[in-house]
Design a protein around this ligand. Sequence first.
Ligand code: SAM
Length: 305
Amino acid sequence: MFSYRHAFHAGNHADVLKHLVLIATLRHLQLKEPSITLIDTHAGAGLYRLDGEFADKGGEAVDGVMKLFAACRPASGAPAVETTPLIDDYLDMVAGFNPSGALRVYPGSPFVVQRLMRAESRDRLKLFELHPTDGKTLSANIGQLDAGRTVVVKREDGFEGLKPLLPPPADAQGSRRALVLVDPSYEIKSDYGRVSACIQDALQRFATGTYVVWYPVIPRTEAHDLPRKLRGHAQRAGRSWLHATLAIGHPPLELDERPGLTASGVFVINPPHTLAAGLKAALPVLVDVLGRGRGQGQAVEASAS
Ligand code: SAM
């Protein structure tokens, strides 16, 4: 069950899409002062070395964040493309973990979110990671921060762990706010059904929370059905939604060659009203830079409200 290690994939095109959406969503929620409960049901190890043994000279990041950096922020010469505010914000975040300029470290979702937390608003972060090694690494990485009790790591099942956290506690003004990232590895087929059930349950517990779900776009019925099911949950709960996909496609392949993951999607329930426009500007640039050929493309679809 535990063959998946995010370190092999850190900084790939799927992380670029997911973390760009995560940053834009959280930034928008933080325009309002009240505290936010931040929950990452599948947190991973937190920090990844792009020059480490898993990444093998950048690994999948070569076709993801590294390519994007080289195009938008070349060490010398003019950028190859014009960026957009969401891409700039994402690249600033990654650059913040690489002060020497060379891309050596990639921040996973726990560190992306932790860096944006506001002490004055008393934001809180709850992280779940079930893999024994990655769970320990995550605890150690978070332990290096002076985060005190503002960040809690649980080596537990994130689907189950989410339930008692919703609805989130009210602040002094009675305001309850939460941003939940649901980002499993889908290494087992049942993850698709669990994601759907988890979001349905979460909307019953706390309909006004913002939920960000990542999923792989692969030729598998469950993967194809997931965004449709999530849209159904959002619509039945009377909530707005947004669905974005990014496909980098693949170059011509040898007969026995497999392209790996070429596309993924993010489904957001109760998205910021600015997110669709931001992604409609950003995703064509990402395709322009990261696209590798056959099957490349992007789409952004959102509910009317
Ligand atoms: N969210 C991370 C990020 O963006 O940096 C990446 C997470 S990775 C795609 C999925 C992680 O979920 C893996 O580290 C895996 O070990 C973990 N995992 C798998 N099943 C889990 C479960 N039921 N509860 C919590 N973590 C789980």
